[in-house]
Structures are given as structure tokens and as C-alpha cells.
Design a protein. Structure first.
Length: 397
């Protein structure tokens, strides 16, 4: 698919739809409206933002050597296993921070960007604790963790990801950690399988969990009995639980805690890419911790809010006008990776569209830059370099 042609077709179809309700017969008015549509004033300019690089937290094997993880984790957490043995997973620093908090028995809120591997931040410590418990003689068949998703689509996606880690590389029936989905999509046979052979991890949504807790259906009641002594409760996409729905979920969590974890040892984990954007980093973390504490019905300290730690991949300061001009008027970017790291245009793109200093302090940690209009970014680059903006960039296509 040509994404740019697709974008043009969407804009054209929207224009035809929005104009189909009226017929303009006056020539001057029609010309005026045609001009506004031609200038694309009825839809915003595309936004641009870079996906930054995360500071590494080491590989699974290193954590096994340190005694933080069981050796089985080195076999489980590998990517590309569908094509063979795969490669060992390399963690981001925020995943390691979450792992340490949860393994120490603390609740955690993971507030890192989209595609930052938030799920590994809670799946990894879950798997570690489950394997560890079984190694120590706790081989009872029961539900030890419940993960709640706001939409079945997210649940289905996570189910496939868990298959890659927990199923691939193990003969069927000999998986070290088991999981199942219980969202209302399942057949009677699948539900009975959960009843007769409870998984370690249950994936569900808050509506179905409410049903399981309240319905008198024997199958549902058996699932609840299998979850006695629940150790982990995860709320994915925490920011979606607000207003009346947030109050409903908060009450549901309290019923789960009372019914399934009366000893108050339940470890609660929340994830969200967007929870708070105003104030300093400390103020944002305090606000996130306060909201999460209300949802989970337990005290979560601000230091247990895990944020992403980013790093630069380019080298050097902001490029000057002459550097940018020569870079734009010269040949296309070529050469090795190290040359690209120092290239003026690469530096400008990362420092303007990818990263910025937190709270605008010179010594602040790197955080994501806010998305910017494509045209605005192109105009700024043109002003700085003295090189005119090509028409294709000015239209934002």
C-alpha cells in the first residue's frame, strides 16, 4: 500500500462526503468554497513525531546470572522463536525497573510511550514468580494472575504475544506457565477447559470479570474458586477508566481484592501511555500515583511510577545554518552508521522532532518531543537553513 496515495484518497472521499449535503449554485460562493477545500482548510496538517531510542536494561541472560530471574526465563523470553531458537530478549531500562519493583512485592504503574514494551514490564515478573512458586513445591492448578483489558481487540492481541513467549519452544502440554482468555468470545468447550484445568494467567475484560464474580453459573463459580489467593491484578490502558466507568472499575477491583485476595498481598499493576502531561516530572508522577491508588484501592507511592528513559542516537550539538544548507543541498544520506549519527540533518531531526530536555532544563533527562505539524517543521527547517521548502513538503504529503 502507498500510504501517501491512501491519504489523498481519504481526503478526497471526505471532501466529497462533506459537500454532498448542499448544492451551491452561486458562482462566487462556489469558487470561494472550492478555494478553501483546495487549500485543505477542512482537515489538519499531518503531524510528525519520532519514535525515540530507550536506554537498555540488559539481556535476560545477564539477569539470570545475577540471580534475579530463573534460568527458564532465558528460554521463554526470546523473540523470533517461530523460526528456530530465536534471540534473547534485550530489556529496556523501564522494563527492568518495573521487574525489580514487582519482584520486591510492590505495586507498579508503567507509564511509557506507545510500542515501548509495557506488557513485558508485568509479564516478566509474573512468569518469574509463577515459575519460582512451582519450583518451591506450589504446583496447585489455580489462577495466579488476572489481566484486565478495556477492549477484546487488545486482549486478543496480547494473547497472540503470549503464545510466542510461553508456548513456542515447549512441547504442547509442558509449558512452564499457562494462560487462557475468558472474555465472552469463547465456546462452551473452551470455558469448560478453563474450569477443569485453570491457567496461571487469565486474560479478560472488566465486564466479564464482573459477570464471573456475580453470576451463579456453576462454571463461572468454579473459575472464581480457582482464583482464590490471587497474586497479580493488572489494569491495562489505565487512562481509559475515568468518570462513571472509572468508578465502576474501582468498585470491581475492591470486590476482587476482598473475594480473591483477603490477605491484602495482591500486587496491582497498571499501564498507560498517557496519564498526565502537566507540571514537573515529580508532580506528574504524584498525580498518576494518586489516581492509580484510588482505582486499585491501595497506596501506590510515586516512586513506583515507572517512566521511560530515553537516549540520543546522534552525536553533536544543534547544527548551524551553513551545516544544514550544505546537508540539504548535498547528496542523499549515505555512508555507515557512525557517519549518519553525526550528520547535521539527522541531528536536527532528532533534537527538534524526537527529543527534548525535561522541563526545558539543560541538565534534564531526555523526553519525547510533542508532535508537530509537518508543514510547521518543514518551514522551521527552511528558515534555519535558508533552503526553500519543496512543494511536496509544503502540502504535507
Amino acid at each position: 500500500m502507498d500510504v501517501f496515495s491512501f491519504r489523498d484518497r481519504v481526503v478526497q472521499d471526505y471532501g466529497q462526503f462533506s459537500r454532498s449535503f448542499t448544492t451551491i449554485r452561486a458562482d462566487d460562493i462556489r469558487e470561494f468554497v472550492d478555494g478553501r477545500y483546495g487549500d485543505e482548510e477542512y482537515w489538519p496538517s499531518p503531524l510528525i513525531q519520532l519514535n525515540p531510542s530507550f536506554v537498555g536494561g540488559g539481556c535476560i541472560g545477564e539477569l539470570v546470572e545475577q540471580g534475579l530471574l530463573h534460568p527458564e526465563c532465558q528460554q521463554i523470553f526470546r523473540w523470533g522463536k517461530e523460526n528456530g531458537e530465536g534471540q534473547e530478549l534485550q530489556l529496556h531500562l523501564h522494563q527492568l525497573e518495573s521487574l525489580r519493583i514487582v519482584l520486591a512485592g510492590g505495586c507498579a504503574i508503567i507509564t511509557t510511550g506507545t510500542s515501548s514494551g509495557k506488557s513485558i514490564g508485568y509479564i516478566l515478573p509474573m512468569v518469574q514468580r509463577i515459575i519460582e512458586a512451582k519450583e518451591n513445591g506450589d504446583t496447585s492448578k489455580r489462577i495466579r494472575a488476572i489481566i484486565i483489558y478495556p477492549m477484546n481487540a487488545l486482549c486478543n492481541s496480547q494473547y497472540k504475544e503470549l503464545e510466542k513467549y510461553l508456548c513456542l519452544g515447549f512441547p504442547k502440554g509442558s509449558e512452564r506457565v499457562t494462560f487462557a482468555r475468558y472474555t465472552g468470545q469463547e465456546s462452551i468447550e473452551e470455558r469448560e477447559k478453563i474450569q477443569n484445568n485453570p491457567p496461571d494467567i487469565l486474560l479478560t475484560n472488566y465486564v466479564m470479570l464482573e459477570y464471573i464474580l456475580t453470576r451463579q453459573n456453576p462454571l463461572d463459580q468454579q473459575v472464581i474458586r480457582a482464583a482464590q489467593g490471587l497474586e497479580f491484578l493488572v489494569l491495562d490502558e489505565l487512562h481509559t477508566y475515568r468518570g462513571r466507568q472509572g468508578a465502576d472499575v474501582a468498585m470491581l477491583v475492591r470486590r476482587v481484592r476482598q473475594r480473591l485476595s483477603p490477605d491484602h498481598k495482591l500486587i496491582c499493576i497498571g499501564t498507560s501511555a498517557t496519564m498526565a502531561s502537566e507540571g514537573s516530572a515529580d508532580e506528574r508522577n504524584a498525580l498518576v500515583a494518586s489516581v492509580a491508588s484510588k482505582l486499585f484501592g491501595t497506596t501506590i507511592p510515586a516512586e513506583n511510577v515507572v517512566t521511560e528513559t530515553l537516549e540520543r542516537v546522534t552525536e553533536g550539538e544543534h547544527p548551524g545554518q551553513e551545516e544544514l544548507r550544505q546537508a540539504l543541498e548535498g547528496k542523499a544520506l549515505t555512508g555507515d552508521v557512525e557517519s549518519l549519527r553525526r550528520h547535521p540533518l539527522a541531528r536536527w531531526v532528532e533534537l527538534k522532532l524526537g527529543l527534548r530536555r525535561e522541563d526545558d532544563r539543560a541538565d534534564g533527562k531526555w523526553v519525547r518531543s510533542n508532535p508537530r505539524a509537518f508543514r510547521e517543521a518543514a518551514d522551521e527547517l527552511s528558515t534555519l537553513s535558508g533552503v526553500g521548502v519543496p512543494p511536496v513538503l509544503r502540502t504535507g504529503r
